[in-house]
Design a protein. Structure first.
Length: 701
C-alpha cells in the first residue's frame, strides 16, 4: 500500500463540496449550540413561571360577566394543563429524542469513518490499477518490439545467420537463403564453413577469429561460395552476443551480396584506366605498368623493350573521310597491335594516333625489332572501312631498358625520338633509338628555341631563284625562298627549319614576312621597268590559317603589286584537308588574278580528276624526276606524262632542279614550258637578281 501521507491527511478532512468549500458536519452536536431539548426545558420553565405569575395576578381580578368568567376559567385550565402536559408527555418524549439524537450522532461518526476507509481503499485500488495498466503497456511494447524484430529478421534483404557459441547455425532468415541458395533446413545445426571459398588463405580466417574473440566483432569483405558453387563477394559483419556474465552465447552474422557493387566498381576502374574507343590501357595504366616492369627488370637483371608508334596517315583519313571512319581505323589498328604482340606485352593508346607497346622480360634485344617488323607487315594489308580500302601506315621508335635508360620518362622520350626519326626518314618504318638520334632530336629542340628568337629578331632574308621560259630563254619570274641567317653568320636552309616552323606555328609570322618582303621587292622591280612575277611558297599551316585571304590582300595593297604578278606555290597534300574550303579559297585567289601552281608535283596523291577541279595555272615537276633525266627511263616517262597531261589540261609546266644541259634538252624536247634550277641560277639576293634583269640574263643552251 502506497497511500501517500498527504493523501491520508486529505482523506481525514471533511469532504469538499463541488465548489471546493468544506461541507458542514451537520451530524455533530456542539455543546455550545442551543439544542432543541434545552430549548424545550427553557420554554417549559418559562411558561410555568409565567402561569404562576398570571394566576397570582388574576386571583385579585374581578370578573363582571358570566361569559367572561367562563373564558377566564378556560384560560386558567389551559394554563394549568400546560405544565401537566409538560410533565406527563414532554419529558419522556425529550428523553426519547435525546437517545435518538445520540444514536444518529454515532451513526454519522461510523459513516464518516467508513467513508474514510472506502476512500483509502479506493485509492489503493486506483494505484494498483495504474500499475497494472503500466505493466500491460510495457508488455505490449515488448511484444511489439519482439514482433518488429522478428519482422526485420524475416524481411531484411541482408542474410542473417545466428549460431550458438560453438558456431553451429541455429537460425537463418530468408535473405540468407536468397544469397547462399541454402534453405534453413539445409544449414541448421551446421557450421557456416559450408559457405567457405578457397579464395582466402587460412591466415585470413585466423585473423578474423582473433579479432572476433578479442573485440567481439569483425567486419569486412569476404568471398564465399553459393550452394550452386558460384563464388561471390559479400560484406560480412559478425557480432558476439554475451550474457550477463560476459560469456559468449551466440554469434550473429549479417551479410549482403556485393557482386553488383564490385562489378560496377570494376567497370569504373576499367574506364579510368582504359581507352573508351579501343579498349586498350590508357596512358595512366601504361605509366603504372611501365614503372612496375622497370623495377622488376632491375631486380632480375632483365631487358625491357618499348615501342612508340604513330600512325602515318591518320590525320588525312580523319579529315577527308570523317571521324566515324577515323574511329574505326584506330580500332582496327589497335586490334592488329594486340594480335601482333605477346600476352605479357602492354599495348596502350596514349591518345590520338599514338600507341606504345611495352615488352617486359625480353630474351634478346632484337625482340622489339621483330615485333616492329611484324606490325608493319600486318599493317601492309589494306583494311576495308565503310567501302574505303585503307592502308594503315605507322612510324615506330624502339628503345631498350636499361641500355637506353632506366626510368619511364627517359625511355618514353627516347622511343618518341626514335619514332620522330622514323617519320623523318620516310615514314612507315621503324628506328631503334641511338645516341645519334638523341643528338639530332636535341638539335631540333634547340633549333625550335632559337627559331622563336629568330622570329622576334627578324633573322631572315629572302633569296630569289629565276624561272626561265624555254621558248625564248628569258627570265619570266622568280621564286622567293627564305633563309635564316643566324647571329654567328650561319645560313640555315628552309628545308631544315621550315618543318620545325610548321610544327610550332612559327611559319605563320615567317611566311607573312616573306610574302610582304617579296611583294615589295617585286613592286620595286616593276618600278624599275622589269614587270616580272614572283612566286611565294605557302605551307599547309599557312594555307589553313583563317585570315589568309585578308593578309594577302593587305600585302598586295601595301606594296602596290598587281595581283597578276603574284603566284602561290602549294603542295598537293594541302588540298586533301578541308577540300571544299581549300577549293573555295583557291577560287577566291584566282578570281583576284593571283596565279597558283602545284609545287613538287608527282610526290603527292593528286588524281587527274581532282586536278581538273582546281583553278590552277601550272604544275612544278618535282626535282626527283628531273634528277634522273634523261637516262632514267622511269623519270623520262613520268616527265613526259606530266608535261603531256598538264598541256592537255591547259596548264603550264615548270621543271624544278634543272642542273644540266641534258636535262634541259630533254625538257625542251617533251614540251616543258619553264625551267628552274642551278643550270640557270641558284637562289640569289635581290641585288644579284636586279643585276640579272639589268644585264638581260638569258638561258644559254
Ligand atoms: P621548293 O619550293 O620546292 O623550292 C625549290 C627548292 O629547290 C629550293 O630549295 C631551291 O633552292 C632548290 N633548288 C632549286 N634549283 C635546284 C637545283 O638545281 N638543284 C638542287 N639540288 N636544288 C635546287 P630551298 O630554297 O632550300 O627550299 C626548300 C624548300 O623550302 C622549298 O622547296 C619550299 O618548299 C620551302 N621554302 C622555301 N622558302 C619558303 C617560304 O618562304 N615559305 C615556305 N612555306 N616554304 C619555303
Ligand atoms: Mg616552291
Ligand atoms: Mg618544289
Amino acid at each position: 500500500m502506497f497511500v501517500h501521507e498527504e493523501e491520508a491527511m486529505r482523506l481525514s478532512q471533511p469532504p469538499m463540496n463541488n465548489s471546493g468549500f468544506k461541507k458542514e458536519n451537520t451530524s455533530r452536536i456542539s455543546s455550545d449550540s442551543l439544542s432543541p431539548v434545552r430549548l424545550l426545558n427553557i420554554v417549559g420553565v418559562t411558561v410555568f413561571l409565567a402561569e404562576a405569575s398570571i394566576m397570582l395576578a388574576l386571583s385579585d381580578i374581578h370578573i363582571p360577566h358570566p361569559y367572561m368568567e367562563a373564558a377566564f376559567d378556560g384560560i386558567m385550565l389551559t394554563i394549568f394543563l400546560v405544565p401537566v402536559f409538560y410533565l406527563a408527555l414532554y419529558r419522556p418524549m425529550r428523553a426519547v429524542m435525546a437517545e435518538r439524537m445520540r444514536s444518529e450522532e454515532e451513526l454519522q461518526k461510523a459513516y464518516a469513518e467508513l467513508e474514510l476507509r472506502v476512500r483509502a481503499r479506493t485509492q489503493d485500488l486506483c494505484s494498483a490499477n495504474e500499475r497494472l495498466t503500466l505493466e500491460i503497456e510495457n508488455r505490449m511494447k515488448n511484444e511489439e518490439q519482439l514482433s518488429f524484430a522478428a519482422s526485420v529478421f524475416m524481411n531484411t534483404i541482408e542474410g542473417i545467420a545466428i549460431t550458438d557459441e560453438s558456431g553451429n547455425i541455429q537460425r537463418v532468415n530468408p535473405g540468407f537463403t536468397t544469397i547462399t541458395g541454402y534453405s534453413a533446413g539445409e544449414v541448421l545445426g551446421r557450421n557456416p564453413r559450408i559457405l567457405k571459398s578457397s579464395h582466402h588463405p587460412p591466415e585470413f580466417y585466423r585473423a578474423m577469429w582473433d579479432t572476433l574473440l578479442k573485440d567481439g566483432q569483425w567486419k569486412g569483405e569476404i568471398w564465399n561460395r553459393r550452394k550452386n558453387g558460384e563464388l561471390y563477394p559479400e560484406w560480412l559483419s559478425i557480432t558476439a552476443i554475451r550474457n550477463a556474465n560476459g560469456r559468449t552465447t551466440n554469434y550473429v552474422s549479417v551479410f549482403h551480396d556485393i557482386t553488383d557493387i564490385k562489378s560496377s566498381e570494376e567497370k569504373l576502374a576499367h574506364q579510368a584506366y582504359h581507352d573508351a574507343l579501343t579498349g586498350l590501357p590508357n596512358r595512366q595504366l601504361f605509366n603504372d605498368r611501365l614503372k612496375k616492369a622497370l623495377a622488376h627488370t632491375q631486380r632480375h637483371d632483365e631487358h625491357l623493350g618499348l615501342l612508340f608508334l604513330d600512325l602515318d596517315n591518320f590525320k588525312n583519313i580523319n579529315d577527308t573521310l570523317g571521324h566515324k571512319v577515323g574511329d574505326i581505323y584506330l580500332q582496327r589498328a589497335a586490334a592488329l597491335l594486340r594480335d601482333c604482340s605477346r600476352d605479357e606485352d602492354t599495348v596502350t593508346r596514349l591518345g590520338g594516333d599514338e600507341f606504345t607497346i611495352m615488352m617486359p622480360s625480353i630474351r634478346a634485344v632484337d625482340d622489339p625489332v621483330r615485333l616492329a617488323v611484324r606490325i608493319l607487315e600486318s599493317f601492309s594489308n589494306p583494311v576495308l572501312i565503310e567501302g574505303h580500302e585503307l592502308n594503315i601506315g605507322a612510324s615506330i621508335g624502339i628503345t631498350i631498358a636499361p641500355d637506353d635508360g632506366v626510368d619511364a620518362e627517359t625511355l618514353i622520350k627516347n622511343a618518341d625520338m626514335a619514332m620522330y626519326r622514323a617519320k623523318e626518314t620516310g615514314k612507315n618504318n621503324y628506328q631503334v633509338f641511338t645516341r645519334e638520334i638523341n643528338e639530332k632530336v636535341h638539335r631540333t629542340i634547340q633549333m625550335e628555341n632559337d627559331l622563336r628568337k629568330a622570329v622576334e629578331r627578324y633573322e631572315f632574308i629572302v633569296l630569289y631563284q629565276p624561272k626561265v621560259r624555254l621558248s625564248d630563254g628569258k627570265l619570266d619570274s622568280v621564286e622567293a625562298l627564305v633563309r635564316w641567317v643566324r647571329p654567328e653568320g650561319e645560313i640555315v636552309s628552309p628545308a631544315d627549319f621550315i618543318p620545325i616552323a610548321e610544327s610550332t606555328g612559327l611559319v605563320l609570322p615567317i611566311g607573312e614576312w616573306v610574302l610582304r618582303t617579296a611583294c615589295r621587292q617585286a613592286r620595286k622591280w616593276h618600278d624599275e621597268g622589269y614587270p616580272i612575277g614572283v612566286s611565294v611558297n605557302l605551307s599547309p599551316r599557312q594555307f589553313a590559317q583563317d585570315n589568309l585571304f585578308g593578309m594577302i590582300a593587305d600585302a598586295l595593297a601595301e606594296s602596290g603589286l598587281p595581283p597578276e604578278a603574284l603566284e602561290f606555290e602549294i603542295t598537293e597534300g594541302m588540298l586533301l584537308k578541308r577540300q571544299d574550303h581549300a577549293i573555295d579559297l583557291l577560287r577566291k585567289l584566282r578570281s583576284c588574278g593571283i596565279k597558283l601552281s602545284i609545287d613538287d608535283f608527282g610526290t603527292g596523291y593528286s588524281s587527274l580528276a581532282y586536278l581538273k577541279q582546281l583553278p590552277i595555272n601550272s604544275l612544278k615537276l618535282d626535282r626527283i624526276f628531273v634528277q634522273g633525266l634523261p637516262s632514267n627511263a622511269d623519270d623520262a616517262t613520268i616527265t613526259f606524262a606530266v608535261v603531256s597531261m598538264a598541256t592537255s589540261l591547259g596548264l603550264a609546266t615548270v621543271a624544278e632542279g634543272v642542273e644540266t644541259a641534258e636535262q634541259l634538252a630533254f625538257l625542251d624536247k617533251v614540251g616543258c614550258e619553264y625551267i628552274q634550277g642551278y643550270y640557270f641560277s641558284r637562289p640569289v639576293s635581290s641585288e644579284t637578281l636586279t643585276g640579272y634583269l639589268r644585264e638581260g640574263k638569258r638561258l644559254v643552251r
